[in-house]
Design a protein around this ligand. Structure first.
Ligand code: BGC
Length: 914
């Protein structure tokens, strides 16, 4: 929780940001004067203090395929991105040059022997595709970039970055699949010290790699779950420091994971200091056995018998005569692809809040937070003693854990002691969603320190922050972030605790925007979109869950829409044209399948509709609306890709669907859609399905239903609420959306907060018991996108994919004093912070170099005599733009708000009036 001091601190920062910023600008003038007067050969201190004398700084934050220095990629024309900084406003990149070299030395001489792009006149600073010599399997490439500013001055080259290719061709894989055991080892001897070593491993369901007594890498539960018949992900590790001349050993542990079997394909490439090459491959010369992991299951947990450990098994010289020869197994059918996204990691550790003993011998730990991962156990005791840890989101009144809602998942880990000193156990091949840990069988009495919560999830970087003066919003934001992260396990999951944890596509589509504002999801969704393509059948159908395990084929249309929609968000957020190109034919096939099920232009089939709604909306309304949405997206993608005929054809189809939708579902008498639920009306409004002469009426019906019909509460499920907030904003009722957002009585997000939720519930209702009531579902967190795009007002302009053009348009709510949000976009920092008091609104904005923005400075209704200052200059007065402020290129008034056009830079707008 934020203290009042912190709150004021934020406000202070937000409201004062503009003033001190004036100093560098006058410093710059002073610096220039000093330079020309003195013409000193050595830069004076004043000069050094004037940062913009340097012009465009060398590009930073170099990414390749959205990753920093990725090891083992298999994209043959990887894309580069960089971020530009300049203290001068309105700065853009007029050209760039990328150099890619096969050695660091070559690059340091500004030579790109693999590729030199030359000076490319372009403002692209993301999605720049490699176009040099064919990239070679296993080779590392070094790259750097420089940029020219709008005046044609070149920056220095960036610091070097690199990327390294994985195994590109199936024939590069020499090892064979081995399996049928959970522990494997091999030994070999190296004739000389090692110059370079790379381990490439595909170990499914999950693997742990050991070399010479050390566990390699920080990934857990690796690789990510895929449709194994189509694709298996492999990881590459730089293991150079782990080997030495002489005897060496490799060990691998395998878990079942989602594969429900075990298979390993491994390859080690060693370059010796004397230039010779050496390779180790998985094959039947490896030794195998079943080790201390007695059983492992994602849902049920792990049993680990420390007495079965074989100390030294992963070191050379171990006596493995009791181990059997590794069995060759068929292995999965799928192609081997590089895992090019953040792996699952232990990203945080929680110390329990409390430990209680509701019954003799039963200890219940409260982590204080519903989390995903496992518990680390510390224990001393006799050999053979078994400590059992059982996981739950809830407790009963008597303090015992309540596992009614996790259904068939047994979610327990057992550790059997080896009986030597302090033993520390972390499970290997399972995870749980839990707040409470019940410990039984503990020898003696455990302490608070006997258990630690190891938080695991895909290690996506946080890139967004949102805070507001209304505490409930910050609390909801906290729940959203936790729910989102705890549901990222290689795929976006619905929940993390019960016998599900599936890539339910409906949940994925409603949360994607929120996730992209809070976290760097670019690589993660790149992988997930490919996962979706992997489940597509030749008839175009996709499935409710990806990989497909639960649900149906074809997917419920509001679930299947995750395919076009996530592609579309990738375009908007990251400017990812390639994902549109790569998926175009598949998207078209999907839409054509939908069309085949809608002969009269109404798509009616539906399984879940507005899932977990309070008021039921006919499923066909939901399905048909999403059919329309998908066709519209395809139309736009076709346009972007220059497929004019397709774009026109899908535009026409969209028109037909819109007409048919109105004919099928619009009730002219009531002026509403279907049975008039919030979801039905919001979907129609949000998607622009409502004929213009009916819009006012439908909007009124919706707002009346919320305000009077339900005393300012939602009645939607998770599909409806995703579109309800933007629909209200679009019809000019962000005030009402705001009231819903800060509502604390049932049903609302605030109700969850007030009832002790630490992650978002699956249901609006506070429910426990054996029914469907997960206490950690991410899907209601879709409102998080609205926090950023409406309350903070950070938006990609419709024609500004990848934040090339930005629109800052905050929705200022009456009793909200301030909002402050920042997003690290592909082009750099975008931020928007506002405060308001009677007669005054202050809006501080940051726009990255190489972007521009329209900044809508809102005014109070009825305000007259509006003046807007930016810093110390007047930029708007008497209804007119006042030019002269650097970076502010124009302004206009619409609906009473003043919109400024600005280039990159930091701006502090202050609007005053009567
Ligand atoms: C999941 C949901 C999912 C739904 C499909 C549930 O069991 O947890 O979030 O979208 O099934 O209706």
């Amino acid at each position: 929780m934020m203290s009042l001091e912190q709150v004021w601190g934020l406000r202070f920062r937000a409201s004062n940001k503009g003033c001190p910023r004036l100093a560098p600008r006058s410093g710059m003038v002073a610096g220039l004067v000093a330079w020309f007067l003195v013409q000193a050969p050595i830069a004076s201190p004043v000069m050094l203090a004037a940062p913009n004398m340097a012009g465009l700084a060398a590009p930073t934050n170099l990414r390749c395929e959205y990753l920093t220095n990725p090891l083992g990629i298999d994209v043959t024309q990887p894309r580069f991105a960089w971020v530009l900084e300049d203290s001068e406003r309105g700065q853009t990149q007029s050209a760039y040059q990328v150099l890619v070299a096969t050695s660091a030395d070559e690059l340091s001489h500004d030579q790109g022997d693999a590729w030199s792009s030359g000076r490319v006149a372009s403002d692209n600073s993301t999605q720049v595709a490699y176009a040099g010599k064919a990239l070679e399997s296993g080779r590392r490439y070094y790259w750097k970039v420089r940029a020219w500013d709008k005046g044609g001055a070149a920056s220095a080259y960036s610091q070097p970055a690199w990327f390294e290719m994985g195994l590109l061709a199936p024939s590069d894989w020499k090892g064979q699949w081995i399996g049928d055991a959970n522990q494997f080892r091999t030994e070999f001897s190296l004739a000389a010290p090692v110059a370079r070593a790379r381990a490439t491993i595909a170990g499914i369901g999950y693997y742990e790699l050991h070399i010479n007594g050390e566990r390699i890498g920080r990934s857990v539960l690796d690789p990510a779950w895929t449709t194994y018949e189509k694709r298996v992900l492999y990881a590459t590790y730089d293991v150079t420091p782990y080997f030495q001349a002489g005897a060496n050993a490799i060990g691998v542990m395998l878990g079942q994971g989602w594969y429900a079997k075990r298979a390993l394909r491994f390859q080690l490439e060693v370059e010796l200091a004397d230039g010779r090459h050496f390779q180790v491959q998985s094959n039947t010369s490896w030794k195998a056995r079943n080790g201390p992991v007695v059983s492992d299951s994602v849902y049920n947990g792990e049993v680990y018998d420390a007495r079965l450990e074989a100390p030294g098994w992963d070191r050379a010289g171990f006596d493995d005569s009791a181990w059997r020869a590794a069995a060759s197994v068929a292995g999965p059918q799928g192609v081997l692809s590089a895992q090019m996204m953040p792996p699952i990691r232990n990203v945080d550790t929680l110390v329990p809040l409390s430990m209680k003993s509701p019954k003799p011998g039963v200890y219940v730990y409260d982590m204080g937070q519903n989390m995903s991962g496992w518990a680390e156990l510390r224990v001393r005791g006799p050999r053979g003693a078994t400590v059992k840890m059982s996981f739950a989101e809830l407790t009963y009144d008597d303090g015992m854990i309540n596992r009614d809602n996790i259904r068939a998942a047994k979610a327990s880990d057992s550790y059997i002691l080896r009986g030597e000193g302090e033993e520390v156990y972390n499970p290997h091949f399972t995870y749980h969603g839990f707040r409470y840990v019940e410990v039984t069988g503990y020898p003696g009495t455990p302490s608070l320190d006997s258990i630690r919560g190891r938080v695991l999830h895909s290690a996506v970087e946080p890139i967004g922050s949102f805070v507001a003066s209304k505490q409930i919003l910050n609390q909801i934001q906290r729940l959203i972030r936790w729910s989102q992260l705890t549901n990222l396990f290689g795929i976006p999951t619905d929940c993390d605790q019960r016998d599900e944890r599936q890539g339910w596509m409906g949940d994925a589509q409603v949360t994607a925007e929120e996730a992209m504002m809070n976290f760097d999801m670019a690589a993660f969704y790149t992988n997930f979109v490919r996962d979706i393509r992997d489940v597509q059948a030749s008839d175009g159908t996709i499935t409710d869950t990806v990989p497909h395990r639960y649900g149906s084929r074809p997917a419920d249309p509001a679930w299947g829409t995750a395919f076009p929609l996530i592609c579309w968000y990738m375009w908007q957020q990251y400017g990812d044209r390639r994902i549109l190109e790569e998926n175009y034919e598949s998207l078209k096939k999907y839409v054509e399948f939908l069309r085949s099920r809608a002969p009269d232009n109404v798509l009616r089939y539906s399984y879940y509709g507005d899932w977990v709604a309070i008021e039921h909306t006919p499923g066909e309304v939901v399905s048909d609306a999403y059919y329309y949405y998908d066709v519209e997206i395809l139309r736009d993608i076709a346009r972007i890709l220059g497929k004019g005929a397709d774009s026109q054809a899908y535009g026409q189809l969209a028109d037909q669907i819109r007409a048919a939708f109105n004919q099928a579902f619009f009730d002219a008498k009531t002026g509403t859609y279907a049975n008039g639920t919030q979801t039905a009306d919001a979907l129609a409004l949000f998607l622009g399905l409502v004929p213009s002469d009916r819009r006012g009426g439908v909007a009124e019906h919706l707002t009346n239903d919320i305000t009077y019909g339900h005393n300012t509460h939602v009645t939607t499920g998770f599909i409806g609420v995703k579109v309800l907030m933007p629909a209200l904003t679009e019809i000019g009722r962000s005030d009402l959306a705001y009231e819903l957002a800060v509502q604390t009585t049932y049903p609302s997000w605030g109700y969850m907060v007030d009832h002790g939720a630490t992650t978002l519930w699956e249901l609006w209702q506070e429910k426990t018991g054996p029914s469907m009531n997960s206490h950690d579902h991410a899907m209601f967190g879709s409102v998080g996108a609205w926090f950023y795009d409406a309350l903070a007002g950070i938006n990609v302009d419709p024609d500004g994919a990848g934040y090339r053009h930005i629109r800052i348009e905050p929705q200022v709510a009456e009793d909200l004093h301030w909002v402050s949000a920042t997003v690290e976009t592909v082009r750099g920092t975008v931020s928007s912070s506002w405060t308001h008091s009677p007669g005054e609104i202050m809006l501080d904005v940051t726009i990255p170099v190489n972007s521009d923005a329209k900044v809508v400075v809102p005014k109070e209704e009825e305000m007259t005599g509006v003046t807007v200052r930016e810093g110390d200059r007047i930029v708007w007065q008497n209804g007119q733009f006042v030019p002269g402020d650097p970076g502010v290129t124009g302004a206009s008034e619409a609906h009473g708000d003043v919109t400024f056009e600005v280039g990159s830079g930091e701006y502090a707008f202050r609007l005053t009036g009567e």
